[in-house]
Design a protein. Structure first.
Length: 315
């Protein structure tokens, strides 16, 4: 199928989902299909959101809560187009989002994904200009030049500065989406998606426009990351993705920085466990770090682009 498939992982919050769908409805380049994955919301979303009769929406409900990563993977598997965009149910797009990013991939056919700048909004949907500028600077998008990013420049932007970690503002060719990697990402699936897209060895296209809004609210998964228990839990996916990066020759330009981050992940997880004053927590932290390293071995076996396998083999 030609055109763009939009995948929306959703859980509860029907008001925010409806707002996200309205911004898809307002696109100057309409998508070919929209797939909403209801991850076992407390009330089925099909009964709690308004109807959008002019939108090609398919709503699929999980019978048990599988988490955001599994929901995204399910949605991508259901998608029928070669171009796929993912929109978190609490984020929104500007009307030109799909048009601008599709044009970028047409202009730069060598690029396997395109991404753009985005702003920050509060739980009530109000745009926060100060915070938007701060985030664009913090994640290096304010300093990126529009056009092609490749090699060390792309890896530094995507893997170290996390310029593309917010998946709501990415349009990817299907071949760039490594479903095994995304599925292993847990709450970090956005970053895993970016690493997987880079692991193909193909360039990316950057659109230097603010074409979407990322919602910051107390319900965000990242809002709980300061909790010591969450730090211990996240040690596994954090370790896994950093080991994946470190074991690839393709990412050699960022190995030193990635190693430093791996040391910090281990240190923070162990420190969180010590703060809990529980030997069991220390054991859990160590077990999760070891499990993450083992996960990386499996994830390295199947690169999204088979032609890039030689680039992925460990030295």
């Amino acid at each position: 199928m030609s055109g763009v498939s939009v995948v929306i992982p959703a859980y509860n919050q029907p008001r925010m989902l409806a707002e996200a769908l309205r911004t898809v409805q307002a696109q100057t380049k309409p998508p070919a299909e929209i797939i909403v994955i209801d991850d076992c919301s407390e009330e089925p979303l099909e009964f709690t959101i308004p109807s959008f009769p002019d939108l090609p929406v398919r709503l699929i409900r999980h019978q048990e809560n599988r988490g955001p990563a599994a929901s995204v993977v399910h949605g991508i598997r259901e998608a029928q187009c070669e171009l796929i965009a993912m929109l978190n149910h609490d984020d929104t797009w500007e009307p030109e989002f799909l048009d601008r990013l599709t044009n970028a991939l047409h202009t730069f056919p060598e690029a396997w994904f395109a991404f753009c700048d985005h702003g920050i909004m509060g739980a009530d949907g109000r745009h926060d200009e100060r915070r938007s500028c701060e985030q664009s600077t913090r994640y290096a998008r304010a300093h990126l030049t529009a056009g092609i990013l490749e090699g060390a420049r792309l890896y530094e932007a995507a893997l170290l500065q996390k310029a593309v970690a917010a998946s709501s503002f990415v349009l990817a060719r299907r071949e760039a989406l490594d479903l095994a990697l995304i599925g292993a990402g847990a709450d970090m699936w956005d970053y895993f998606l970016a690493v997987g897209a880079c692991r193909t060895g193909h360039p990316a296209a950057y659109v230097a426009e603010r074409l979407g809004w990322y919602r910051v609210s107390p319900t965000m998964l990242s809002a709980t990351h300061a909790d010591p228990r969450k730090q211990i839990e996240m040690a596994r996916p954090q370790t896994a993705i950093l080991v994946v990066i470190l074991r690839s020759r393709l990412f050699r330009p960022v190995h030193r920085a990635a190693l430093g981050r791996l040391v910090l992940v281990v240190r923070h997880a162990l420190a969180a466990a010590v703060r809990s004053h529980s030997l069991r927590s220390v054991g859990t932290a160590i077990a999760r770090i070891i499990a993450g390293a083992r996960d990386a071995t499996g994830l390295l076996r199947s690169p999204a682009n088979p032609d890039a396998r030689a680039l992925w083999e460990a030295e």
